[in-house]
Ligand binder design. Structure first.
Ligand SMILES: Cc1cc2nc3c(=O)[nH]c(=O)nc-3n(C[C@H](O)[C@H](O)[C@H](O)COP(=O)(O)OP(=O)(O)OC[C@H]3O[C@@H](n4cnc5c(N)ncnc54)[C@H](O)[C@@H]3O)c2cc1C
Ligand code: FES
Ligand code: FES
Length: 496
């Protein structure tokens, strides 16, 4: 540990970069990409957009995760875009860049890219190689679909995707032989990864045991989740900003049932929701819905709380949870003088958080610790729709979700939300109230559209005119009913 000239302890962020322990005294808001390239002089990780869109800067981030009591802990790796990843968020973790995958001869992933001509100028190639190598490390059986999904955040501007898809298909066959109980051992044994990977678990354990000498919270520090909004919006100022990262806070993670409610930590990311088997059982279409949200690396980084507090009028997760009639818990940011987590908590409906465009009923020293909603039952119907200019990796023009509780053919309870049609992510209170007690008929749906049109106030912008957004929401509202009640609602009748 070193001292600054002022005599204060110097702040250190410690992590393992490939095979090397790094102790960095750079500001915690510095993005990892700059550390990798300009401090560690590893230029394989490329800079493209610096906005999380292109995947040229993709790294794998490994962290210790508990398995079950018999098997202890393992290192779980996820791909992330290093251009949006704050140094604070990699403390105690293992970072893998393309250099960290190199061995004496090409790995099967690198070889497949060569054999199938998956690289031309080569700029995007490290990102693709890193993302695909992540497939060796996951604990799931890799199919071709999953291998393609692993590279959904990587863009190639010159080779075209066919050759990369061919390389991916070849690799998917090889990944199928992976030992999902011991993916690291299997990958090292089969030449997919260098042998140093086998020691990483013990090295991370040793790092976790070391003293965390990072600075405590300063007043007015900005809560930082995955940084996927903050670093896009305030890229230039975040480097030196006072931040309080909650990304590594385990108390903000976890998905579980409490009584008759699901409780999900505010620090959970979209891919945590996808990974939860229990949640998937309750929401059979959750994969279809969440795959419309950003890309794999961003779904590994962007938290629920970040989505809620960013208060974008088109936040997908916000619209999703508004229709679940969710309640959030706000707690004191750790380290806030005079405030204690638990004692000073308050709860509110998610819909009440929004007071106006980017105006929240939340003080700067409060963080969103969890979101909860009633368990869906056999009479629950839930659906989410999103339209954007591209199907994937694009923000919504309009999105909407609906939750209905049915009693026979009658709606007993309704919650409808929509994004892109008001200055805030909108809970459609009048429409929801209107639907209660109504039967599922074409007339009900058409009459609800009249109510919707009275409570939305879309504006014309880059994502479409106000009229277009009204029309879109009408179509998506029809889609809810056509998907949930295909035997009762048809497009022909709805537009008649
Ligand atoms: C390439 C790309 C694609 C994207 N695509 C989509 C998309 O398809 N749909 C979509 O909805 N969004 C999308 N986003 C936006 C973003 O990923 C999400 O809004 C994400 O959920 C933000 O979470 P975060 O943890 O990264 O937030 P951060 O950037 O860390 O923070 C956002 C705001 O929330 C605050 N905050 C963070 N955590 C907490 C907390 N626990 N309590 C209180 N305040 C907190 C921060 O102070 C900040 O004001 C995309 C972003 C990128 C870069
Ligand atoms: S530089 Fe494009 S995603 Fe990071
Ligand atoms: S090989 Fe040139 S951008 Fe992909």
């Amino acid at each position: 540990m070193s001292l600054c000239l002022c005599g204060e302890k110097e702040q250190m962020t410690s992590f393992i970069l490939n095979d090397t322990l790094v102790e960095s005294s750079e500001p915690e808001g510095t993005v990892l990409l700059d550390i990798i390239r300009y401090k560690q002089h590893l230029p394989g990780t490329k800079i493209g957009c610096r906005e999380g869109d292109c995947g040229a800067c993709t790294v794998l981030v490994g962290e210790l995760k508990p398995l079950d009591s018999a098997r202890g802990v393992s290192v779980e790796y996820r791909s992330m875009t290093s251009c949006l990843l704050a140094l604070a968020n990699v403390h105690g973790k293992h970072i893998v860049t393309v250099e960290g995958l190199n061995m004496e001869k090409l790995s099967p992933v690198q070889q497949a890219m060569v054999d199938e001509s998956g690289t031309q100028c080569g700029f995007c190639t490290p990102g693709f190689v890193v993302s695909l190598s992540g497939c060796c490390l996951s604990r799931e059986k890799i199919t071709e679909e999953l291998a393609v999904r692993a590279i959904d955040g990587n863009i190639c501007r010159c080779t075209g995707y066919k050759s990369i898809q061919r390389a991916t298909a070849i690799l998917a066959v090889q990944f199928a032989a992976k030992d999902v109980q011991d993916p690291i051992g299997w990958s090292v044994e089969n030449g997919f990864l260098p042998s140093y990977f086998t020691d990483i678990k013990d090295r991370l354990r040793a790092l976790a045991g070391a003293t965390d000498n990072r600075r405590p919270t300063t007043d007015n520090a900005i809560p930082l989740g995955g940084g996927t909004d903050l670093y896009v919006q305030k890229h230039d100022t975040m480097h030196h900003a006072a931040i309080r990262s909650v990304f590594n806070d385990e108390t903000l993670k976890g998905i579980h049932i409490e009584g008759d409610e699901w409780v999900i930590g505010g620090g959970c990311v979209a891919n945590d929701l996808l990974a939860s088997k229990e949640l998937r059982d309750h929401f059979p279409n959750i994969e279809k819905h969440l795959l419309l949200v950003s890309s794999t690396p961003i779904r590994n980084m962007g938290t629920l709380a970040g989505n809620f507090v960013n208060a974008s009028p088109i936040g997908d997760l916000t619209v999703f949870f508004l229709a679940l009639d969710s309640t959030i818990t706000l707690s004191a940011i750790p380290g806030t003088p005079g405030l204690t987590r638990g004692r000073n908590d308050r709860t509110m409906k998610l819909r009440d958080l929004y007071k106006g465009y980017k105006q929240l009923d939340k003080s700067p020293d409060e963080i969103v610790t969890s979101v909860r909603f009633k368990l869906p039952g056999k009479n629950t119907r839930f659906h989410f729709e999103k339209v954007s200019k591209r199907t994937h990796l694009d923000i919504a023009s309009v999105n909407t979700a609906i939750r209905l509780e049915m009693e026979g053919d009658t709606i007993r309870e309704a919650h409808v939300s929509a994004g892109g049609v008001a200055p805030i992510p909108k809970y459609l209170a009048s429409t929801s109230a209107f639907l209660v007690g109504k039967p599922i008929t074409h007339d009900t749906v058409k009459a609800a559209i009249v109510v919707i049109n009275k409570e939305i106030t879309p504006i014309s912008d880059a994502r479409g005119t106000a009229e277009y957004k009204r029309l879109l929401l009408r179509q998506l509202f029809f889609a809810h009913f056509m998907q949930l009640f295909p035997e009762r609602c048809t497009l022909n009748e709805l537009v008649a």
